[in-house]
Structure formats: C-alpha cells, structure tokens
Design a protein around this ligand. Structure first.
Ligand code: IVH
Length: 721
C-alpha cells in the first residue's frame, strides 16, 4: 500500500545548490532568483530535514548577497523571498480572516485506556456498515501536538496568509509572525508527479514550541527580568509561550520566540479536485514532498489493534519527545470513507483524539521545605502526597522563590494542582481554594539557612534569598559537587547524590579537588560501598580528568554561566587563564555576554579561593585542550551588531558591510534592542524609525568611517546602546 513515488519526491533545484560562482555574468533578476532557490533549499535542509549541507556562515553570506541585491534593485522584491521572514512593522490589531473550509475540532475520547481506541474502531465499522468478515480498517495515527492550530494559505505555491483557528469559521491574520518560523516554507517545492501544487491551497497544522526552546526562552526571560526588564514575564508552559508568540503584534518580538510547526492536513484547495490522492496518508506525503514538516511519528495502522499499539508506543515515548503532546489522533485513511462518514456539528466522525493521562493532577501539600542550591539560593519546595502525573510519581514540586510562593499562597494542608511535562521539574500550578482546610498558615520564607544557620539575605532587585555561609555551608558544597560531577559538566559517572552526602557529611570532601584525592580505602569504608563500586568511582574520576574547557567552566558553577555561555567564552578566549584575567570590557565583547554575566565572572575569579580551587584541580591532573583566541575576538568591534539602511553618499551597501565586518562587527537585517548602532543614508525607512524609537545610536557615513577606524575598543565604547 505504500506509495514510493510520493515518498521519493526530490526537492527541485537541489543540483545547483552550491553554484553561486556561476552567477557573475547573469542579470540581477536571474541572480536573485538563483539565490532565493538556493536559500529555500538550504532552509528546508536546515529547519525541516535537520541536515544542513553548508555552514551557517555560508548561508548568511548567500542571504546577505540576496539582501544587497534586493536593496539595490527594489523591483526584484518578492513576497516569498527568504529576506522577507522578518522586517514587518508592528500592528495595532489583527485583521479577521475567513477560512475557505472551517477549521474543525476533534471529538475527544476520554477513556485513556486501550479500550478508548477499540470503541472508536467499533463505531467506525458500524457506521461504514462493515460486517465481521470485512478486513481491518486502515487508519493514520498521529500525535496530538499541544500547540495551536494554524491555517497557511498558499497561492501558486507562495505563502500569502496565515491565520489562527479563531471560532473555526474565521480567525486572525498572523502572517507576519508565522513568516518568522524557519520551518514553514515561504514557497512550496515542486513535489512528485502525483502531487501537483494546487493553485490555492490551505495547509492545516500546529504551531508549537519545543521543550528545550521553551526552557531556554524562560531562562532568557528570567535573565532579562533580573537585568531590570520589568515588563517581561516567564511562560507557564510551551503551549502558552507559543500562543503568545503567534498573537504578538510586533513581528520582531515574535521572531525571537523559537517556534516550530507540523503540517497534518489540508483545508480549502482550488481547483477542488486538484488533490486527487485517495488517502490521508498520501496527502501527508504530498505535504512532505512540498517541503512542509510532517511529524515522523505518524503511522499507517490496521484496525483496533494497530491503534492500541500506536497509543501504547507513543505513550512510552511521550516523555522523551522533544515537544509536548496531550494524546494521539486517529484518522480514517480512505478519503472517500471520510466523506461518507461526514460530520456531527463541528467534529468529523472519521477522527478522534485519544488522550493520555494528564500532565496535571491534584494532590495535597504535606510540608514546605527550603532547599539550598550551590550558589546558596534558597528554594521553597512543596512536599506532596505522592501523585502519578505525566508518567511518574511526584513527591516534590518547586515553589521557585518567596514572591512565587506568596503569589500562589500555597499552604501546608492545601490541595494543589501539580504539573509535570517531559523532563521539566514538577510545579505547583495553583491552589484549589475551595478545599483549603481551616486554620492553615501562610508560608514565610526563613531568613536563615536551614542547613548551616547562616543569615540568608535577599538583595535589592533579586528574587531569591541566599545563604551567606559560602563554603562553610555543607548544603552549598554538596550542590556544587553535584553540579561539577553531572553529565553535562565533568561527567563523573558513579558519583551520585547519596555518595556526595556521605563524603561531605563525613568530612572527607570539602572542595572540588578533594574528589580527586579520594582513595580506595576511604571510599570502601563508606556505607553500602563494596570494593568493586569504590573502584568504579575511582575509574570514573580518573576518566573525567580529560575534559573540555566549556565543560570545566560550566562545572565550576559560576552564577549565570550556563553551557552556552561557557562555550562562547571558550571559543572567544581559547584558554582558561585568559578568561580568568579578562577585564569586564573584554568579557562584554563575547557574544551574548551582558553586564550581569560579565560581573559574575569577575566576582568569581576575583576570589582567591576560587582561583586556588582551579589551580588545585589542574594540579590533580584535570586538563583540556586549549587553542588560540578567535581572531574575531581581537577586533575592535567584536561582539557588536549594526544595521545598514538607506543609501550612503559614497559607499555601496556591500562596501559598508565589508568595512564593519572587517572590524569584527556583525551586520544584521533588522533593528532590535540588541543592535549597537544603525548606519543610515538617504531614504532610510522603518529601520531608522525603529532605531530612533529604541534610542539606538544612528551614524552617517562619516560616523561609520570613524567607527571602523577606531583602533581600540575604548574608541567606540561611548556609542554603545
Ligand atoms: S486534525 C478534522 N491532527 O487538535 C480534524 N489536529 O480539536 C482537524 N491537533 O486545535 C484537526 N494535533 O490544532 C489534527 N495531528 C493532529 C493534531 C491536531 C493537534 C489539534 C488541532 C485542533 C485540535 C482539534
């Protein structure tokens, strides 16, 4: 039943993807066309197939070449140009869009057991009047993505409009924001012969946010809030974050929110018989052939048994998926049967959503404890009556900090809603106030460390109380050791929480280097530690000694230095000594390092005992390869981003860009808060307006020349935004 001609759809123009050199003699229109083709292909490989064939820098180069060409020849602009993903103006409101075919919802099967799938199959067989002898019905089983439904309208293969579901009949025009999603093709690829692209096509699918993108976004939001951006907020879950981004009036902000997309169906198409495939599965293959992302977990299955198997398989996979799902969807595969089955009110009879046990459950709070983190941060944690949620038994849920605990007003004895999705730490979402018993007491954050009794302080502008005990506090020491040993840092495999508790409590280990001084005898004396396990610990310690600079830096547990920052620092400086000795201004030149991170690094390495720890670790044999600092890092405008707009009196756009890049700056296509300056010439448009609105320095050609000829970073500091 498979349809290899659909599967094997080759993207068009894939043969000439690298052929930029042959462009020199062609007309600008031809060059622009070829560049767009190449960029479309590369974007598809990068965002949809996840297998880029060229480095990012090469993509940027092609992109900038096209941008320059379009700037010089405005008549060459097309709506499907990759340069048009970002750059729209903020809207004051969304315009209503009528869907060609209503966007339906799906009936939900609330029975989360296998029987839920069986009863759907029974109903379908009955409605199709199939007797017991008739073969199993074929279904397509898909994941039920937890995002928001979007309809994409393509006219002659070009994306012209994107709309939310709204009330099903009409939604909101969110085209500008949807364009910023790299996975959504601005132009469809020519697919297989059996799938010609209809003149008009509405693609239906789900916009969602991956869990890792969600966690990183919230981390960035927290950093922004810590840095004083009071209007920013963190998001409750990936779904809310995605919905907020899609309904964002300013496309520049939407572009910074990492969204993803899966296509799962087709709405209106013109001519109506343009899609002549017989099954839903074939339809999915057409979508895939046109370059749209179709989830790889979708599967064609037979009968009730096939549905039950899919439900079980995906249930087991659920936690390891990179995105949230709240169930699976079953669809009758044959399109003629779908038509025959028809609809009841707003729901098709041929589809059903089969849920999984919820990732939110109710339970009671038995106690509220305060835990101490490696930087001394005190975190209130609700101790819960064990509850099965999101596939595991949960007994703890974080209340984050004093303000969050106060806002949620969680009390011992309360009944609460707990949420756990994927690897995300379980959270108390809300209190069920109707069930609050009499005489409960509001939680008060202690002003003392629960472990070492040192004073805990909450500094001005900070959300957290911190224990001031430093290395004296065994709670902090244990967490620092765990952080250092974790897989993403030094990866000391056999060094777990229980062992660290014993080592610290027994006084064997005080600091990180003490780990490498452990011997077989001291280990083997510990509780439940046989010689063999002790030997395993020593082997993993020995193995951990050869590491990388980013892992080591991250493992030190410097506040605000996560894995990404550690990598950026290592790439920029090449070696640890250069980082330890870098001045604030030098640290600020590293990509994505702002004042908070830079100061935190300085504070850490200004402490003699921290340097001592580093020296001792090196003396114990911990080592990593180092390299020369990146050439880029030494340039005067390294780490700075500029935007060019309008026509300069003597320099062409390419020349201006080349000057900036030669001085180490990056040239971006749009203005944001992160832009360091805008170089504006005659007829500058919205970019100039935006720069002025954001208070970003604006320079003319002379200013640009002065900027790039400044010999040291000091010469440009006073123009920084
Ligand atoms: S098909 C006629 N397939 O679930 C059926 N919907 O209540 C139309 N959803 O908001 C939808 N994953 O956004 C379909 N694989 C999937 C889906 C899916 C998630 C959402 C959809 C809609 C809701 C339906």
């Amino acid at each position: 039943m498979s349809t290899p001609d659909l599967f094997d759809a080759e993207p068009s123009g894939s043969d000439d993807m690298g052929a930029t050199s042959a462009l020199a003699n062609d007309s600008p229109a031809v060059v622009a066309h070829q560049l767009r083709e190449q960029l479309h292909q590369h974007a598809h490989r990068y965002y949809v197939l996840d297998e880029p064939s060229i480095p990012d820098a090469e993509y940027d180069r092609l992109f900038q070449q096209l941008q320059a060409l379009e700037a010089a020849h405005p008549e060459l602009h097309t709506p499907d140009s990759p340069t048009q993903r970002v750059g729209g103006k903020p809207l004051s409101t969304f315009v209503a869009v009528r869907h060609g075919v209503p966007m339906l919802s799906i009936r939900t099967e609330t029975d989360t057991e296998a029987s839920g799938a069986e009863s759907f199959d029974t109903r379908i067989r009955k409605e199709l009047a199939l007797d017991d002898q008739a073969p199993a019905v074929e279904y397509v089983a898909e994941l039920k993505f937890d995002g928001l439904a979007i309809s994409l309208r393509y006219e002659r293969g070009v994306l012209v409009q994107a709309a939310t579901r709204g009330d099903g009949e009409s939604g909101e025009d969110v085209t500008q924001n949807i364009r910023t999603i790299g996975q959504i093709p601005l132009r469809l690829q020519v697919g297989a012969v059996s799938c010609p692209i209809p003149d008009v096509l509405e693609v239906r699918g789900e916009v969602y946010m991956r869990r890792d993108d969600f966690v990183a976004l919230n981390e960035r939001q927290r950093e922004r809030i810590a840095g004083g951006a009071r209007q920013e907020k963190t998001f409750v879950n990936p779904r809310n974050a995605a919905a907020g981004a899609v309904r964002q009036l300013d496309p520049a902000i939407a572009a910074q929110r990492p969204l993803s997309f899966f296509a799962y169906g087709v709405g209106w198409c013109d001519p109506v018989d343009a899609l002549s495939v017989p099954t839903h599965w074939d339809l999915l293959m057409c979508l895939k052939g046109w370059g749209l992302p179709v989830c790889e977990h979708g599967s064609r299955v037979q009968g009730a048994q096939g549905l039950v198997g899919f439900h079980a398989r995906m249930g087991a996979l659920r936690d390891r998926l990179p995105f949230d799902i709240d169930g699976v969807v079953y669809k009758v595969d044959r399109l003629d049967w779908q038509q025959q089955l028809g609809f009841v009110t707003r729901e098709p009879r041929w589809a059903v959503a089969h849920k999984y046990p919820a990732q939110e459950q109710m339970t009671t709070v038995q106690a509220i404890e305060v835990q101490v983190g490696r930087t001394g941060k005190l975190t209130p944690v609700a101790k819960l009556a064990p509850v099965f949620v999101g596939g595991v038994t949960v007994t703890n849920a974080t209340l984050h900090n004093e303000d969050e605990a106060t806002r949620k007003d969680v009390r011992v004895g309360d009944t609460v809603v707990v949420r756990r999705a994927g690897d995300v730490i379980p959270e108390v979402v809300s209190v069920v106030l109707e069930l609050r018993p009499q005489g409960t007491q509001a939680f008060r954050m202690p002003h003392q460390c629960p472990i070492c009794d040192s004073v805990a302080v909450r500094e001005e502008g900070e959300a957290d109380y911190r224990c001031t005990g430093g290395l004296f506090c065994s709670g902090q020491r244990k967490q620092s050791l765990l952080h250092f040993a974790q897989r993403r840092a030094l990866d000391i495999e056999d060094l777990g929480e229980k062992l660290i508790d014993q080592l610290v409590d027994g006084g064997t280990v005080h600091t990180l280097p003490d780990l490498y001084r452990l011997g077989l005898t001291s280990l083997a004396q510990l509780d439940r530690m046989a010689d063999k396990s002790a030997q395993n610990v020593l082997t993993s310690l020995e193995r951990s000694k050869l590491t990388t600079l980013p892992r080591f830096l991250f493992g030190l547990g410097i506040r605000h230095v996560g894995e990404a920052t550690a990598k950026d620092l290592a790439r920029h400086f090449g070696g640890l000594d250069a980082i330890m000795d870098a001045r604030l201004e030098q640290l600020l030149q590293v990509r994505d390092v702002g004042p908070v991170v830079a100061q935190s690094l300085r504070t850490f390495f200004d402490q003699p005992h921290n340097r001592e720890v580093v020296e001792q670790l090196r003396a114990c044999g911990v080592t990593w390869p180092e390299h020369e600092p990146s050439a880029q890092a030494q340039l005067p405008l390294a780490g700075r981003t500029y935007v060019l707009t309008g026509t300069l009196p003597t320099l062409s756009r390419e020349q201006a860009q080349a000057l900036l890049e030669a001085a180490g700056a990056k040239v971006a296509g749009s203005v944001s808060k992160k832009t360091h300056g805008v170089i504006a010439g005659a007829d500058a448009g919205s970019k100039l307006e935006k720069a002025l609105a954001l208070g970003i320095p604006v320079l003319d050609e002379d200013g640009l020349r002065a900027l790039v000829s400044a010999q040291d970073a000091g010469g440009v500091d006073n123009e920084s935004a």
